[in-house]
Write a protein that binds this ligand. Sequence first.
Ligand code: R5P
Length: 277
Amino acid sequence: MGKKVAHRTNAEIGKIETKKFPDGEIYIRILSDIKGKECAVIQSTKSNDDLVKLILLLDLLRDLKASKVYTVVPYLGYARQDKRFEEGEALSAKTIVKILDEFSDSLITVNCHFLKRGGECEFHGIKMGNLDAFPLLAGYFRDKLEEPMVIAPDKGSLEYAQNAAEIIGCDFDFLEKERISGEEVRIEEKDLHIKDKDILILDDMISTGATIIEAAKFLYTRGVKSVNVGCVHGVFSKGIEKVRSSVDNLICTDTIERGISKVTVSGLIADKLMSMI
Ligand code: R5P
């Protein structure tokens, strides 16, 4: 992603050295001369190691006198713990964002789970740019479906689904989803006019795949022609195969690089950075 963005922005690619100590701790060294330069760090935080690496790098950039630090986190982990669902729980999303903001002049992400719209947003008083990759996913499917209809897997993604339907020029609707546990969801009964349609489900992320698998089962039993799925963040905590085999088509963006990353968000990131430099 860094290379793609650097190519589009005509930027130099900084060199870093990174390794792990025998106890698993992370070592970071910047090899390029970055003093006085505007630096963009692009790092998705799918794992705790990614997060630690990012924090170390951001603080180091400040120490080495970068003139600006733009932090781009295409996939921001911990974003789903954005509320206290049970008393006493950590508000993890807020904590992570506070730390990243502390070391950044600007914080940019892509379809962050707790920001329900694209553009300039605020979360617990912290300003964040939220790039929207749903139009890119819609664009990918635009000429591929004969009888398209966009379905949001839950009400939370409805606005994104509506925009995608406008791009494709088709109808849209949403499913009533109830999450039973981290790995189980139920799709509630609902009357939908979807027979013989090529359904496009768009979601911000696929993690266990439970949402998509249950949604596809529901849709197939209602006589749809095909189920096509595009997600921004292909987390796939249980692997891709089970999800892929339960639908006709499955793609994601490259916020997390996968074999099915058919859409790149590098253009969105490059444009955003260019607008700030
Ligand atoms: C939920 O609000 C999200 O938009 C996704 O639908 C959800 O995180 C997907 O998780 P899973 O693949 O584990 O069902």
